[in-house]
Design a protein around this ligand. Structure first.
Ligand SMILES: Nc1ncnc2c1ncn2[C@@H]1O[C@H](COP(=O)(O)OP(=O)(O)OP(=O)(O)O)[C@@H](O)[C@H]1O
Ligand SMILES: [Mg+2]
Length: 250
């Protein structure tokens, strides 16, 4: 397995609050890696460090063997162009119709309009939403908006997709459909996929590997079957959803 993203000894604090405390994590090409952990543990902070919205205090992130942290602007841009992101909300542009939303990244890449005209319906079809091009964002349900968000992200053919809580806030059936889409997107486009979630069921369904974040570090990582069976007390408490245990909440 080829290493795609290697995070080494990453530290990130906000004032006195230590969020990442020497995080090590390797993400392999073409895998779906789920990062799980309780609310507020720093899952989104990891993603924000990957895409440079937040700067780490120390540590290193390499993508395809190239250092991202502290790199010059050109290197950072070329690494950033590998990423597609599906944020917690779908983050669509309300003022644009669905076609223009999906076309957004393609236009930014200066693709000719006739090419965009062919790609947009293809992307919408791949997320099971043919024929909605002329609709406004407000006419679509939350689950459909998520799918449009995914179509918009994959239209520019990212090498790496980052998903922040893709199944949070949707019903279990829609959540299952989103899970299937994440897998299909990986299978079709071969994208390395990092999925941040606290939905253990979803993680078990889609992950090649699951990594659990606690106290600023990955405390356990394994394939789903072994993850479910482990005696690790932190993992057990999380899977069983118990308030009592080594993980302090509230
Ligand atoms: N820009 C920021 N400034 C200050 N504190 C921040 C900032 N971003 C995140 N934090 C803090 O870092 C911690 C981790 O936040 P993060 O959003 O990564 O949690 P999470 O694991 O994604 O939680 P959830 O499952 O609820 O989305 C929280 O305590 C949060 O308040
Ligand atoms: Mg989060």
């Amino acid at each position: 397995m080829k290493e795609k993203i290697v995070i080494k000894d990453l530290h990130k604090s906000f004032g006195p609050k230590v969020v990442l405390n020497g995080l090590d994590l390797t993400i392999y090409e073409n895998e779906i890696l789920c990062i799980i952990g309780v609310s507020g543990v720093g899952k989104s902070v990891i993603l924000k460090n990957l895409i440079g919205i937040l700067q780490p205090d120390s540590g290193s992130i390499t993508v395809d063997g190239i250092e991202f942290t502290g790199a010059d602007a050109e290197t950072r841009l070329s690494i950033l162009s590998k990423y597609g992101i599906l944020f917690q909300g779908a983050a669509l542009f309300d003022s644009l119709n669905i076609y223009d939303n999906v076309a957004f990244g393609l236009r930014r890449k200066n693709l000719p309009e006739e090419q965009i005209l062919a790609i947009v319906p293809e992307m919408l079809e791949s997320v099971g939403l043919s024929g909605v091009e002329e609709k406004r964002v407000s006419e679509l349900s939350g689950g459909m908006q998520k799918r449009v968000g995914l179509a918009r992200s994959i239209a520019v053919r990212p090498e790496i997709m980052l998903y922040d809580e893709p199944t949070t806030g949707v019903d279990p059936i829609t959540g299952g459909a989103v899970d299937r889409l994440i897998k299909k997107t990986r299978d079709t486009f071969g994208v390395t996929s990092v999925v941040v979630t606290h939905d253990m069921r979803s993680a078990g369904r889609i992950a090649d590997r699951i990594a659990m974040l606690y106290d600023g570090k990955i405390i356990y990582e394994d394939v789903p079957d072994r993850f479910r069976e482990t005696e690790n007390r932190y993992v057990r408490q999380f899977i069983e959803g118990r308030a009592n245990g080594p993980i302090q909440v509230l």
